[in-house]
Every structure is written in C-alpha cells, then in structure tokens.
Design a protein around this ligand. Structure first.
Ligand SMILES: [Zn+2]
Length: 239
C-alpha cells in the first residue's frame, strides 16, 4: 500500500472508498433507528403521486440502463413504470398520512375488561437499508379503556406502518404508539417476529434466523399480564 512512506492519489482514493464503504455497511447492519418517526423531509408530499411515479420511472430506467439491461426488450420495457407505481401506490404507500386507515371507535358495550389479542397478523415491509423485503407476523394486544375498534382495523394499522422503508424496531414502536392514541390506553402489547431478506439473501446469508421485537406498556409491563399475552400468542391452535 505504501510507496516511499506516502500514498499515491489512486491509493488514497481507494482507501477513502474502502473506509466510506465500511461506514455504509456498518449503518446497514446496525439496524438502529434514531427516533420513532420515519425520517421524512418537510416537503415529502408536495408532489402528487402521479408526479412521483413519473420521476421514479425515469430514475429506475437509468438504474436498469447502468446495469446494462436492454430496455427495448419486451419483457423489460414496462418495468420502470411498474416499479414506480408499486413504490408509490403499494409498498411505500404508508409513508403518506393521507393513506392512514380511518378507524371508528365503538363503545365497549359488553364490558369486556380482559385483554384482546389479535395474533398472526401477516405483514410485508421493506428494509430501509437495503430496500429488500422484511416479512413476518405481528401479534398485538390491548385492554379496553372503554373504547374498542373493529378487529380488521388492527391489521390495517399494522399494514399501514409496514408499507414504508422500515427497520423492525421502529415498526414495532410506531404500531404500539398509534394504538395507544387510538384506543386511549397505555395497556398495549406487541410482538413482531420477522425475516429480513437482507440477512437471508445477501451478506451473512442466514436463512433460518428470525428477528423478534416487542413493546409492552401499561398493564403489560407487569409480568403476569405480559405472560398471559405471551401464552396466548405461543399456544398451539387446534383449529
Ligand atoms: Zn437490511
């Protein structure tokens, strides 16, 4: 590496590239998030969905061009437009607060005061460090403070926060915080068990591990209540 004790410009540039790459890889593997909020710019929704789709289509076409793909091929010609539409309208649609599910609250007429558990809520998200899928199950519980929501709304809230570039830790906290506000209670629990394709298909290429994150608050901070929730979600179902 050294030439008479000094580095040539080329060697210096290579060294800088190497260090920069190491730093990028480290952030990608750390999966730390700085806040529960998705980092969005203030002007994030100044453009319409259609304007975003047109811009992303152009940029994605450029990525494919750089990779050397022949975009005149029938099979590839429509890909930039398909990817752009999928990003904005489907897999990243949860970035836009306009797409947040509208949730109606009901009175808890039955005076049901035990925990309600909604388990095995399947979700698909994408890792914000590599833009490849994270998928798995979310298990959610709450104890009513007098209000209840329709069961399918819990699934919709999970899906809404999943449809963003995410880290699993932030996804867990965002769902929990939304449920606390919506249900006007601190008594909320969530466990997420997920596979990260950035771990299974690249890097360490581990296909068997899964990642579990959890958030317990209010009564779920107490061991007895938490254990009851965990027993519900990990029991074998016979139907
Ligand atoms: Zn990743």
């Amino acid at each position: 590496m050294k030439q008479n004790g000094t580095l040539s410009n080329i060697q210096l540039n290579n060294l800088i590239d190497e260090i920069t790459q190491l730093e990028i890889d480290e952030v990608g593997d750390a999966h730390h998030s700085t806040s529960a909020n998705t980092p969005l710019r203030a002007d994030a929704f100044d453009l319409t969905d259609n304007a975003k789709i047109a811009l992303i289509e152009g940029h994605f076409r450029e990525i494919m061009n750089v990779l050397g793909l022949d975009l005149t091929d029938d099979s590839l010609a429509g890909t930039p437009q398909r990817v752009a539409k999928m990003y904005v309208k489907e897999i990243f649609s949860g970035l836009n607060p306009a797409n947040k599910p509208k949730v109606a609250l009901f009175e808890n007429k039955y005076k049901y005061g035990e925990m309600l558990v909604e388990k095995n809520i399947q979700f698909f998200s994408n890792c914000e460090h590599h833009f490849v899928p994270i998928y798995g199950m979310a298990h959610v519980a709450y104890i009513s403070s007098g209000k209840v929501i329709g069961l399918s709304k819990i699934n919709r809230i999970v899906q809404y926060f999943s449809k963003r570039p995410q880290v699993q830790e932030r996804l867990t906290v965002q769902i929990a915080e939304e449920l606390k506000v919506m249900l006007d209670t601190q008594d909320v629990a969530i466990v997420i068990d997920a596979k990260h394709m950035c771990v299974s298909t690249r890097g360490v290429q581990d296909t068997t591990s899964s990642t579990i994150t959890a958030h317990y608050s209010g009564k779920f901070s107490e061991e007895k209540t938490r254990n009851e929730f965990l027993a519900h979600i990990y029991q074998q179902t016979n139907h």
